[in-house]
Design a protein around this ligand. Structure first.
Ligand SMILES: Cc1cc2nc3c(=O)[nH]c(=O)nc-3n(C[C@H](O)[C@H](O)[C@H](O)COP(=O)(O)O)c2cc1C
Length: 173
């Protein structure tokens, strides 16, 4: 199997914890775990299979006037990535209670950006399996990636993650 590039941000919280869990579950030798703050488009071009992990901390995450060097900055790099022959899968941390109307919105913002470049994205999830009111991450009736809620549904994480990784492994050969 080609090595997987797992790009995540921010560091130090749930997104990073899940990145480490994915690496453990898939086998550390199969996954390069990279904080997106230390990456640019050329790093993406080293991988055929790419997992991206992020959280939603309000719209300002994406459109600051002076973006920090995280996903808000990296989104500008996405136009430089070569999308041919690459497969993407996304996971997003959110809070389905406090932010029920904006549940994992950033997952959708990143997903739409990738789709606008013609990216192949796998690992869509069924919204029926989640409680929330609205989300930008629902695209064509499916979550564009895997939503996880470590704030109010941490007990669901392991099963959701394992099911999602099984689907990814069928494609990541
Ligand atoms: C200021 C703030 C705004 C947030 N906005 C949203 C939101 O709009 N939608 C959502 O699903 N979660 C939202 N969250 C919840 C975070 O996405 C969630 O806590 C996530 O696990 C944080 O990931 P991290 O620990 O890696 O930073 C927000 C959290 C904070 C503190």
């Amino acid at each position: 199997m080609n090595k997987i590039g797992l790009f995540y941000g921010p560091a130090g919280g749930s997104v990073e914890k899940i990145a480490e869990k994915i690496s453990q579950l898939l086998g550390a030798e199969k996954v390069d775990v990279i904080h997106v703050q230390n990456a640019d488009a050329s790093d993406f071009n080293n991988y055929k299979y790419i997992i991206m992990g992020l959280s939603t901390i309000g719209a300002h995450t994406w459109n600051q006037d002076t973006p920090s060097k995280d996903w808000d900055w990296f989104v500008n790099e996405l136009s430089k990535v070569d999308y041919s022959d690459k497969t993407f899968a996304l996971y997003g941390l959110g809070d389905h209670i406090t932010y029920a109307r904006h549940f994992v919105d950033s997952l959708g913002i990143l997903g739409k950006e990738l789709l606008s470049h013609g990216a192949k994205i796998i690992g869509q999830c069924d919204p029926e399996e989640y409680e929330f009111i609205d989300s930008e991450a629902v695209i064509d009736d499916q979550f564009i990636g895997l939503p996880l809620d470590e704030d109010f549904a941490p007990e669901e994480t392991d099963a959701r993650l394992e099911k999602w990784l099984d689907i990814l492994l069928q494609e990541f050969k």
